[in-house]
Design a protein around this ligand. Structure first.
Ligand code: ZN
Length: 284
C-alpha cells in the first residue's frame, strides 16, 4: 500500500464528467411507438420454463413483452439480428451509453461494426423503483450471465443449468447446430428484473431480491427482425444464490406483437453505424 500524496484530497475531489453525454444521442420517438403499440396485435407467446431458455422471433416494427407470471423471477436476455446472428446485443456499450440499468426510453445497442439500436424499452412496470439506498436498481447491463465456468472456478463441480448453458442449448436448437457453434454466439445479457449494484465500500457486484411480482413486465419495440433468447435464471429472484438448484424458480412469459405496416408510418429500421471502418489506414 502506497502512502497518499500531499494533494490526495484535492485529487479525489475532482468532479466527474459523464463519459457519454446523451444529448447527441438520437432520441427515440416514444409518441410514435405508443401509437404503433395501440395498433399491434399479439401473434405468438413462449413460456420459458425455470432453469431453461427458449428462443423467440420478433418482426421489425413489432414488440415483445417479458412478464413475471408465477413468482419473482429474473431473466437473462440475449438478442440477435435474426438474419445475421453475429450482430448481437452489446451490453457493455449499452451500459456506457445509458447507465448501469435500463428502463423506458433506453435502447439495447448492437455489437461493432453496426452499433445501432436493436430494441427500445417502451414500457417498464418497475420504472418506479429508481435507485435504492444501497445503490441497487433493476434490469442491469453490468452482470454478465451466470455460467458454469465461473461456478467451477469458485465452487468446483459441474452445474449445467446456469443461464449461459441454458442460452447455449436454446440457441443450438434454433440453429440446428452443435453446441460449440451456438456457444460462440452467446453473449453478455440484459438481466431482466434483476436488482443489482456495486457495494460502495468495496465496489463489488451485488444482487438482492428482485422487486418483480407476477404481473410485472418490461416491453420492447423491435428495431430490426430479432431472435431473442431468454433464460429463466436458476437464481430465481436472485435473493441468495445462483448456479444451483437451491432457489425457488418460476417460468417467464414472452409475448410477441406484430404491428400493421400502415401504423409504422415514417418509422425506418436503423441503418448500420456510419463509421467508414478504415481505422486510419485509408483503404476503407
Ligand atoms: Zn442466471
Amino acid at each position: 500500500m502506497q502512502n497518499e500524496p500531499s494533494d490526495a484530497v484535492e485529487r479525489r475531489s475532482v468532479v466527474p464528467v459523464v463519459c457519454y453525454p446523451d444529448d447527441t444521442l438520437p432520441a427515440p420517438d416514444m409518441a410514435l411507438y405508443e401509437r404503433v403499440r395501440r395498433a399491434a396485435r399479439k401473434v405468438d407467446e413462449v413460456r420459458v420454463p425455470p432453469r431453461e431458455a427458449r428462443t423467440f422471433e420478433v418482426p421489425a416494427g413489432g414488440f415483445f413483452r417479458i412478464s413475471s407470471i408465477e413468482g419473482s423471477q429474473v431473466g437473462d436476455l440475449n438478442l440477435h439480428n435474426l438474419h445475421d446472428l453475429s450482430e448481437r446485443f452489446y451490453s457493455g456499450k449499452t451500459r456506457a451509453l445509458h447507465g448501469t440499468h435500463v428502463t423506458t426510453g433506453d435502447r439495447l445497442w448492437s455489437s461493432f461494426p453496426t452499433l445501432r439500436p436493436m430494441a427500445t424499452v417502451t414500457e417498464d412496470t418497475l420504472d418506479w423503483y429508481g435507485i435504492d439506498g444501497f445503490g441497487g436498481s433493476v434490469h442491469d447491463v453490468i452482470g454478465t450471465r451466470c455460467d458454469p465456468y465461473t461456478n467451477t472456478l469458485l465452487s468446483g463441480g459441474d452445474y449445467h443449468h446456469c443461464c449461459h448453458s441454458n442460452l447455449v442449448r436454446a440457441l443450438a436448437d434454433h440453429m440446428e447446430a452443435p453446441l460449440h457453434e451456438a456457444e460462440a454466439l452467446v453473449h453478455d445479457v440484459l438481466n431482466v428484473f434483476m436488482c443489482t449494484g456495486f457495494t460502495r465500500d468495496t465496489g463489488q457486484y451485488f444482487m438482492k431480491a428482485s422487486p418483480v411480482r407476477p404481473g410485472d413486465y418490461i416491453e420492447f419495440f423491435a428495431e430490426m427482425d430479432l431472435l431473442g433468447n431468454l433464460s429463466a435464471c436458476p437464481g430465481g429472484d436472485c435473493s441468495a444464490e445462483h448456479s444451483s438448484d437451491a432457489a425457488a424458480c418460476f417460468p417467464l412469459l414472452v409475448e410477441v406483437f406484430e404491428s400493421p405496416v400502415e401504423a409504422l408510418g415514417s418509422w425506418e429500421r436503423p441503418a448500420p453505424n456510419g463509421y467508414d471502418r478504415s481505422h486510419g489506414r485509408g483503404e476503407g
